[in-house]
Design a protein. Structure first.
Length: 353
């Protein structure tokens, strides 16, 4: 008992033992209160937020829920040290550590808000069947998070008494040098923005660029990835896409189809006059096909050639091929019934005796 009384009355580093015990008690009580807040109150608020239809309460709860117990422990410790007399250098170090904690959790919380808004926008587009350029939305989210962390870093340095004006100026000069060195990368970056805002195509569109064709799989910061008909992934820089002619078949509402066939020169004129009506009837009866015209076009080298034009009321290539197959089979069956023969390459040789 004597030793305890001696401890609380003795002075250690400008504080009595009693001061240390009071500071320890403050730390324990505050940390216990913070843990109750973190475990019980936050859990209750999370359940209440789940019952509402608004999203901002979920964002706030997620923001607070991201704070770990280490932060609460340090805040309790920092407040407890205010009861003690400590040297100025140590006090400044403790304040710097607290500022780092606060800056980190603010940055983490704001990043979570950006992630939440980004994911919400992506889900909204998917539900509305408008999932275009969702990868670019993720890119914008990443850029916003980088800006947030840079601003937090500059604010932290400013609060620490560091003059940030020369730093910003040096960053500007360095940024110019980096921009010159990374011209192609920046060109692709701005091209990605142009693709996102101008929307010449979006993810899921079937496009043709030069001799390459395929479905747009992802639009990134520097490149766009296309899955070709053969199955491999084609990577094209964004600047190349914006500087090229792009055929976007997904934008096509209807497909104009023109095809030809030929019949033999032995075909009588009476049967040739029936061909127009036969072909027209077949196309009219075909679903999703709109008849335009059919004409006896020309006298070929070995056939009497007809030209047919119709429209497919869909941009789906597989659907178009199904329709064309149905029309081809219909024409062949009708010609077999009428005794009309398709022409094929032949030559007639006249031999003089």
């Amino acid at each position: 008992m004597v030793s305890f009384n001696t401890f609380i009355s003795s002075t250690y580093w400008n504080n009595t033992g009693q001061d240390y015990l009071i500071a320890l008690g403050i730390f324990v009580v505050l940390f216990f209160i913070f843990k109750i807040f973190d475990s019980l109150i936050i859990a209750y608020l999370k359940k209440q937020a789940a019952k509402t239809k608004i999203t901002w309460d979920d964002i706030i709860i997620d923001f607070i829920n991201a704070i770990h117990w280490q932060f609460y422990a340090y805040v309790a410790f920092y407040i407890a040290t205010k009861r003690l007399t400590i040297i100025l250098a140590v006090e400044k170090i403790l304040l710097v550590i607290l500022t780092i904690f606060i800056a980190f959790y603010i940055g983490q919380g704001l990043s979570r808000v950006v992630d939440h808004l980004t994911n919400a926008q992506i889900e909204k587009r998917k539900k509305s069947d408008n999932a275009q350029n969702t990868s670019m939305i993720k890119v914008f989210g990443t850029i916003f998070k980088i800006v947030i962390w840079v601003l937090i870093l500059l604010t932290f340095l400013s609060n620490m008494g560091i003059e940030i004006t020369p730093l910003i100026a040096s960053l500007g000069v360095g940024g110019i040098a980096i921009a010159i060195a990374l011209q192609s990368v920046l060109a692709d970056l701005f091209a990605a923005f142009a693709i996102y805002f101008d929307k010449p195509f979006k993810e899921g569109d079937f496009i043709i660029v030069g001799s390459d064709m395929g479905v747009v799989n992802k639009i990134g910061i520097k490149t766009t990835r296309i899955t070709t008909l053969q199955g491999q992934e084609l990577v094209i820089s964004n600047s190349e896409l914006t500087n090229s002619r792009v055929n976007n078949y997904k934008k096509m509402q209807r497909r104009r189809i023109a095809f030809s066939f030929g019949v033999t020169y032995d075909t009588p004129s009476s049967k040739m006059k029936k061909i127009n009506k036969i072909v027209k009837n077949i196309i009219v009866k075909t679903k999703d096909a709109t008849f335009d015209r059919v004409h006896f076009k020309e006298f070929g080298n070995f056939s009497l050639n007809y030209e047919v034009v119709y429209y497919v009321e869909t941009s789906d290539y597989n659907k178009y091929m199904d329709i064309q197959e149905e029309i081809n089979l219909g024409i062949k069956e009708a010609f077999e019934k009428e005794g009309i023969e398709f022409a094929f390459p032949t030559q007639t040789l006249h031999i003089e005796k």
